[in-house]
Design a protein around this ligand. Structure first.
Ligand code: HH2
Length: 266
């Protein structure tokens, strides 16, 4: 997919407990319809997840995660949609690729799993590597950094080197600072403000701020009222050089991003 302009990844959580869309898309027909609707709105990728990563979320057994995601991945891929599989499990990545997923969205961060890398490398799938620490149960207490921007940058530099050694093509990797993953609100702001320092690593940068709790912390807003601020972060991310943005609200973000690009190109 050419990244000559910012591409949107629409969020499709087939879970009962995701922090924003939990329970909305649990039935495959409803999930598939929502995925297609996001593509209609302008999403270039649909990111299917079957296990919430929010702090404190319960782990989901492999069989249950597969039961949730596979029919949705298969149907969307069958409609020609570029699907990414958002998972922490090699088994889920493998079966989702088999069902048609083209991208593995690896949210393990520093808990990286060579088996997951191997599955993606052998299949030729692209890979998003996101920074995180610990598990959803522990990540909230793992927010001590020397300098959050350089620590995340250094980890992403090492992680991408390891992927190249594992056989990945350079142009099949995207990197992500992991907004909200083992980071406090101010650390998330710093990562967004210094996103250009990640861009210099030479890989497309993906950013996921959509409706996240740091927005709630800064503006004192509940989850249901964070769309405008999400749009603001998408504009800033575009200005700082992000190439991929992961969102719930495709139309609002896409308009803002295209407007921002028009200004930047003038
Ligand atoms: N954020 C979430 C999940 N997956 N993947 C990438 N690459 N980047 C992100 O920032 C990211 C991600 C968390 O958000 P969401 O999927 O909306 O919620 P939940 O984890 O509760 O399902």
């Amino acid at each position: 997919m050419p990244l000559d302009r910012v591409r949107l990844m629409g969020i499709l959580n087939v879970t009962p407990d995701s922090f924003s869309d939990g329970g909305l898309w649990l039935e495959p027909p409803t999930a598939i319809e929502h995925g297609l609707a996001m593509v209609e709105e302008g999403a270039d990728i649909v990111d299917v997840g079957g296990e919430s990563t929010r702090p404190g979320a319960d782990p989901v057994p492999v069989a249950e995660e597969l039961r949730r995601v596979l029919p949705v991945v298969r149907a969307l891929a069958g409609e020609g949609v570029t699907v990414s599989i958002d998972t922490r499990k090699a088994e889920v990545a493998a079966e989702a690729i088999e069902a048609g997923a083209a991208i593995v969205n690896d949210t393990l961060g520093e808990e990286e799993d060579p088996r997951l890398d191997g599955v993606a490398a052998v299949s030729g799938a692209a890979m998003v590597v996101m920074h995180s620490r610990g598990t959803p149960a522990t990540m909230k207490s793992m927010t001590t950094y020397g300098d959050v921007v350089s620590d995340v940058r250094d980890w992403l530099a090492g992680r991408t080197e390891r992927l190249l050694s594992a056989g990945f093509a350079r142009d099949s990797i995207a990197i992500d600072p992991g907004i909200g993953f083992a980071k406090g609100a101010v650390q998330n702001l710093a990562l967004l403000n210094h996103l250009d320092e990640l861009v210099t690593l030479g890989y497309p940068v993906l950013v996921g701020t959509s409706r996240k709790s740091f927005i709630g912390a800064i503006l004192d807003l509940p989850e249901g009222e964070r769309v405008d601020a999400t749009v603001a972060t998408a504009v800033l991310s575009t200005v700082r050089g992000a190439r991929l943005i992961r969102v719930h609200d495709v139309t609002a973000v896409l308009r803002a991003v295209r407007m921002t690009e028009a200004v930047l190109e003038s």
